[in-house]
Write a protein that binds this ligand. Structure first.
Ligand code: GLA
Length: 661
């Protein structure tokens, strides 16, 4: 079936947000039509939390109210991103099917009265979800307002109930083939954990001490597959009636219950939600991190920022307000990295209810407000960027990212609570972002040949295939940096015996790690090049590599801390400790220089963010944001699509989209 491109239907980039007209009355709807027109909104996400209205009792659907809103939006020139409402089952559903309510690891069954009160593995839930998706698709599959299908909302919840246990066992049989293989994979020979019947196996519920790590990792994989199956059922029910693209909005970056690469392959358009967790320039770096991940999950294809907040930065238990101009800056950061628009949660701020204090495009204060004025200015700006639709981004550097490695670092029993997955990934990306470099994320088994430099900040788990892939990458001329605590276990979490990391990677790096020496909390060590490091150290031997910096303390004195190996036509670097920020920045800077990677626009000073989008026909656009305190003259003035005029300099906080013929 030919799937229609979203931007073709919209005639440009998408702009709008989640829209819940069921919270309001006809007077407000009328005002919504006017304000959406004024703000140049062209896409509204409808129906996300509408299950209770759409199916007031089991099997009886009421679509007339939704017909009216879709027709109204269509008449107002606003296309619809129609959601299936399955993230929020109504109370009647939970009362009729209490076994479909989620159960926590400690056995507590949750009740209705919130949202996400479902177990994705519960048969009654799956059936009800398929039914309502099919009913919506049948009714609206070719509605003229319909531009996009939005399955569910953020598949993020977990469940440990008996339905989950049953489905987990089916999954384990398919993955491992036999109970003996499960016992072997999980090394149940230890701690007297041997299973003698499938029915004995449970999800990793609360237990006395460390839960079995293999069981925990397999459960994470199973849960992602189960959730993906639930998504696919809805998608396929929709596809039977509709040729519009289907997506599900992924929540980046903190929720790691899904293998997002797998979701990226199953959606017609990757869409993500982004809410920064730090203010100021950190929020801009967070936006870039999530946007680069979204583009990478999409395999480089266009994707969509489905949700962000006009005034929402979650930090330390507070919801901080964005600074004036952040609405445009953050939206452009996503668009620079391939998003086909910018959408928000939500159009109009709820007057009461669970998200009453969540920011919106139309705040409680109404349209006469700074927020709505900035929203309108953004709509105006995006309406001028239609020519960017379908263009793509090019990166010469990749950061490796694998959900399996992430899940593997969440199991019980690791040697330091300061080892984490997301932190090193963010840091690697941030360091490259500060250097003005455009970055992809890649899976360790992807073909890496197009990258000059690859960073592997946190690859605790590494499959044989991935280790071989990395070896080949270096041999063929790539520059690879592997950081501490990487390549230690295979896909079953079995340690690599005979020295870390996995053998093919040892060959590429020319080293062999013999012993881990975690550092005490707060302890700082100095390396021979004067840089300092914390958290971790390792006793390693070079086997062909040269030592670039050595340890200067304790039993590791004189032994290599940072190594470089000329292997094939490439370079394999290994960093066995956690360098401080300036040391890490220097190292990454050196690797960029060695690998011949220049900043996206080397003539611009640090602090001016720049990304280029390329069209297939040779046109290109440079998207710039000035994070510096002063005005920056542009070495190469150009035509700015945002203002429609020539641009010679960028004021502090200013943005530009320069068309380069
Ligand atoms: C998520 C959800 C929305 C809303 C926002 C609030 O991204 O998808 O429904 O709750 O968070 O930030």
């Amino acid at each position: 079936m030919h799937i229609h491109r979203l931007t073709d239907r919209l005639g440009g980039l998408a702009f709008g947000g989640d829209y819940s007209p069921e919270q309001w009355d006809a007077d407000v709807w009328k005002q919504d039509d006017e304000l959406m027109h004024q703000a140049k909104v062209n896409l509204a996400t409808v129906g996300v939390f509408s299950w209770a209205l759409l199916e007031p009792e089991e099997g009886r659907y009421d679509f007339e109210w939704l017909d009216a809103h879709l027709d109204r939006l269509h008449a107002a020139g606003v296309a619809v991103d129609l959601a299936t409402p399955t993230a929020s089952p109504p109370p009647w559903f939970s009362l009729a099917h209490p076994d479909a309510l989620p159960v926590g690891p400690d056995g507590t069954r949750l009740t209705h009265g919130s949202r996400d009160t479902y177990c994705v593995a519960a048969p009654a839930y799956r059936l009800a979800a398929r039914r309502i998706a099919a009913a919506l698709a049948e009714r609206y599959g070719d509605h003229p307002a319909l531009a996009l299908w939005h399955v569910h909302n953020e598949y993020v919840s977990l469940c440990f109930c008996d339905h989950t246990a049953a489905a987990f066992r089916v999954w384990l049989r398919a993955r491992h083939g036999s109970l003996d293989a499960v016992n072997e994979a999980w090394n149940t020979a230890f701690w007297s954990q041997r299973y003698t019947a499938w029915e004995q196996i449970l999800p990793p519920r609360a237990s006395q001490w460390h839960r079995n790590p293999g069981q925990s990792l397999d459960f994470s994989r199973f849960w992602s597959d189960e959730t993906l199956a639930a998504y696919r059922e809805q998608r396929d029910a929709i596809r039977a009636h509709s040729d519009r693209p289907v997506t599900t909005n992924l929540m980046l970056p903190g929720y790691q219950n899904l293998d997002l690469w797998a979701f990226g392959r199953e959606v017609d358009l990757v869409s993500v939600n982004h809410y920064p967790t730090a203010p100021g320039v950190d929020a801009a770096a967070h936006a870039a991190f999530d946007a680069d991940r979204a583009r990478s999950l999409a395999g480089g294809a266009p994707w969509l920022l489905m949700e962000s907040g006009t005034n929402t930065v979650y930090a330390g238990g507070r919801v901080l307000a964005k600074e004036p101009g952040d609405i445009l800056r953050h939206s452009l950061s996503h668009i620079a990295r391939g998003s086909e628009g910018a959408l928000f949660f939500q159009w109009r701020q709820s007057k009461a209810g669970a998200e009453q204090w969540h920011s919106s495009m139309v705040p409680h204060a109404g349209p006469d407000s700074r927020t709505f004025r900035e929203v309108t200015a953004l709509g105006e700006a995006l309406s001028r960027l239609g020519e960017l639709a379908g263009s793509s981004v090019r990166a010469e550097v990749a950061v490796l990212h694998d959900s399996n490695a992430w899940w593997a670092m969440n199991v019980d029993g690791l040697p330091s609570s300061e080892l984490d997955y997301l932190g090193p990934l963010r840091r690697a990306h941030r360091t490259l972002w500060d250097a003005g470099t455009t970055v992809d994320f890649a899976h360790p088994e992807h073909d890496l040949g197009r990258y000059r430099l690859v960073l592997a900040p946190a690859l605790f788990l590494l499959t044989d295939a991935a280790a071989e892939n990395l070896r080949r990458y270096v041999a063929a001329g790539g520059t690879l940096l592997v950081q501490h605590f990487s390549g230690l276990v295979d896909e079953r979490l079995h340690a690599r015996l005979g020295g870390y990391p996995a053998a093919p990677l040892r060959e590429a790096l020319g080293i062999r790690v013999e012993e881990h020496r975690p550092l005490a909390q707060g302890a700082e060590i100095t390396l021979s090049d004067g840089s300092t490091a914390t958290v971790w150290s390792e006793s390693l031997r070079t086997e062909g590599a040269e030592a670039v910096a050595a340890y200067t303390h304790g039993m590791l004195t004189g032994r290599p801390a940072l190594t470089r190996h000329a292997f094939g036509s490439g370079q394999g670097w290994y960093l066995s400790t956690r360098l401080d920020d300036s040391g890490y920045r220097d190292l990454v800077g050196r690797l960029l220089a060695d690998a011949g990677v220049a900043a996206e626009l080397p003539d611009l000073p640090p602090g001016v963010e720049a990304v280029t989008r390329y069209a297939a026909d040779g046109r290109r656009w440079q998207l710039l944001t000035n994070h510096r305190a002063g005005t920056v003259p542009l070495p190469e003035p150009g035509h700015d699509l945002l203002t429609g005029g020539p641009l010679h300099q960028l004021p502090p906080g200013g943005c530009a989209v320069l068309h380069r013929p």
